[in-house]
Design a protein around this ligand. Structure first.
Ligand code: HEC
Ligand code: HEC
Length: 269
């Protein structure tokens, strides 16, 4: 009994310790709250520097960022001639590297310009000696390469316009004939995608083919390509009819691609 009494007895010293300890904790909390408040007030007066830095970075990467970095699903925005030159062609032509005709150097460009725009464009698209096809950037569209050519040649005294060779559009009657030929000779593989045949109206499969141009596709259809048999395996089919079937396939692909475009654009806005 006396032990128990001993334990619960509070001395004045115990009392003092407990009281100070009890006051200390809330005191510290109040102190911290005050400091935090002062800290917040101090920061409010200062401009936040981060958005400014962000702005500068965005400004600097603008030519790339606007079309490529922000929305990977946005439709491709064609670069201007200046942008194509700055990003790709200038790599050689600015300094005249690899004996390339130097930018604005009329002596370098005169004879080349005299060849005419179509030849220059063809050389820029397909490559020419040490000049790599599309300046070495396969991502550039035909139009972008054309703009690069025009930008450089006009800077050296030419007066060209970025025109691409226009493919002749088939008439409605030709397309109707093409469809018949297609159904009879090509649909067997190209409707189903059999053995890897590009399916009719499959935008993904046809986009790279359209880039090759109709001459390439006619040739592939008439003479056969990798897995595709010549004339779809029907040797009696005329070249003209085979071409019309290709015209029909191309028209179907273009229609699907065109139909998908406004939707994508709307989504990107
Ligand atoms: C890797 C270096 C390099 C890059 C990058 C490059 N070129 Fe060239 N380019 C050359 C060279 C070298 C020649 C000269 C070829 C020759 O005449 O043998 C040339 C020549 C040309 C010619 C003249 C062809 C002719 O028929 O005389 C054109 C047009 C041209 N380049 C356009 C472009 C365009 C457009 C770009 C950018 C999309 C580009 N080049 C990027 C190296 C380059
Ligand atoms: C027996 C199956 C088959 C038939 C029938 C067929 N094709 Fe194909 N075709 C293919 C395959 C497989 C490919 C894919 C080749 C490849 O991998 O590039 C192809 C590819 C093509 C291509 C793209 C060329 C390329 O480089 O890929 C064209 C154009 C084409 N066919 C046109 C036709 C036309 C026109 C007909 C009818 C007259 C036809 N095909 C009938 C199997 C067929």
């Amino acid at each position: 009994m006396s032990d128990l009494h001993q334990m619960t007895k509070t001395t004045p010293k115990d009392f003092l310790t407990a009281t100070l300890g009890g006051l200390f904790a809330p005191g510290l909390t109040i102190f911290m709250i005050v400091m935090l408040f002062l800290g917040i007030q101090k920061n409010m007066g200062q401009p936040d520097t981060e958005p400014v830095a962000d702005q500068i970075v965005r400004e600097r990467i603008k030519p790339f960022g606007q079309s490529l970095a922000i929305d990977p699903n946005a439709p491709k925005v064609e670069l201007t001639g200046t942008q194509v030159y700055t990003e790709v062609c200038g790599g050689c032509h600015e300094s005249g590297a690899l004996d390339s005709p130097k930018f604005k150097e009329k002596a370098d460009w005169g004879k080349r310009i005299a060849q005419g725009y179509p030849t220059l464009l063809e050389h820029a698209l397909k490559g020419y000696n040490k000049m790599p096809a599309r300046g070495g950037d396969p991502e550039l569209s035909d139009l972008e390469v054309a703009r690069g050519v025009v930008y450089m040649t006009n800077a050296a005294g030419a007066n060209f316009e970025a025109i691409l060779k226009k493919e002749v559009e088939p008439t409605a009657a030709e397309l109707a004939r093409g469809k018949t030929v297609y159904v009879d000779n090509c649909a067997y593989c190209h409707d189903s995608g059999l053995t890897g045949a590009q399916k009719l109206g499959d935008a993904q499969a046809w986009k790279p083919l359209l880039k090759e141009g109709k001459d390439y596709l006619y040739n592939a259809a008439i003479n056969g390509s990798f897995g595709g048999p010549a004339k779809g395996g029907n040797t009696k089919l005329s070249d003209a009819d085979t071409r019309l079937a290709v015209d029909y396939m191309v028209a179907e692909a273009k229609a699907v691609i065109a139909a998908a475009q406004p939707v994508k654009q709307a989504a990107a806005q």
